[in-house]
Design a protein around this ligand. Structure first.
Ligand code: IPE
Ligand code: IPE
Ligand code: MG
Length: 232
């Protein structure tokens, strides 16, 4: 199963505790580590995590610099553990605007863990779904054929389950193509509080959903009566 997570709510988590936003991001890195550890047990083979969007450059430079440094530190400290646990790290998104130690940390993490087969961990940094689609189209056109399969190959596997923490219900330019038939699950939990039981609950909810991909269901659908019209 390919699960993707928009890890949102670090800033509000920190604010609620009277802490600087960066403390929220640091706690978020812990949640990331917990989630990666729990993913294979939850039946997840590919996990794509949104760490920094191309629109996040709009934030104050101190927060951006702190996030970049935190990401580099996280990659460095987690590479050995990932190697031991069969986790293959891959970073998606633009590389040309990343500074400091991050490009080197990415290259080391990716090459050191390249043989991992238990979990494919894709971390989206300076990522924009619209830019990713535009780039895939450019590449396909360059190769002489723009087709659905060609783009899929460039972009990555379709997402089965998309989770967003932090209470917002939007995609914020994440995996737009890949989420064509993703089951969407939104949690009010702020990302630093997310744990293995939340991941398992989301996966359970996913399995309770009926995916139809446009076809008809094997059993006729039961229409709930008296339920409120709008989903929460
Ligand atoms: C998600 O948390 C992390 C990044 C976007 C880098 P936020 O920093 O967006 O936290 P909130 O949404 O302000 O609480
Ligand atoms: C999306 O969160 C990006 C990441 C979680 C990395 P944002 O906090 O940037 O999204 P918006 O601004 O609320 O849409
Ligand atoms: Mg946010």
């Amino acid at each position: 199963m390919h699960a993707a997570i928009i890890m949102d709510g670090n800033g509000r988590w920190a604010l609620a505790r009277g802490l600087p936003r960066l403390a929220g991001h640091r706690a978020g890195a812990e949640a990331l580590r917990r989630t990666v550890e729990a993913a294979p047990g939850a039946g997840i083979g590919v996990l794509t995590l949104f760490a920094f969007s191309s629109d996040n450059w709009r934030r104050p430079p101190e927060e951006v610099a702190g996030l970049m440094q935190l990401l580099a530190e996280h990659l460095r400290s987690e590479t050995t553990r990932c190697l031991e646990n069969g986790v293959r790290i891959e970073v998606i998104g633009r590389r040309d605007r990343l500074g400091g130690e991050l490009p080197a940390a990415i290259a080391t993490a990716e090459s050191a863990t390249a043989a991992g087969e238990k979990l494919q961990l894709r971390i989206a940094v300076d990522y924009s779904g619209r830019d990713a689609i535009a780039e895939a189209v450019r590449q396909a056109a360059h190769a002489g054929l723009v087709c659905r399969e060609c783009l899929e190959e460039q972009l990555g596997p379709p997402v089965d389950l998309l989770i967003r923490t932090g209470g917002e219900q939007r995609l914020s330019d994440f995996l737009l193509w890949e989420c064509a038939y993703a089951e969407l699950i939104f949690s009010r939990r702020m990302w630093p509080d997310f744990d293995a039981s939340d991941l398992e609950a989301a996966v359970r909810q996913f399995h309770a959903r009926q995916r139809r991909f446009g076809a008809l269901p094997p059993l006729p659908a039961v229409v709930p009566t008296g339920a409120q019209a709008w989903l929460d």
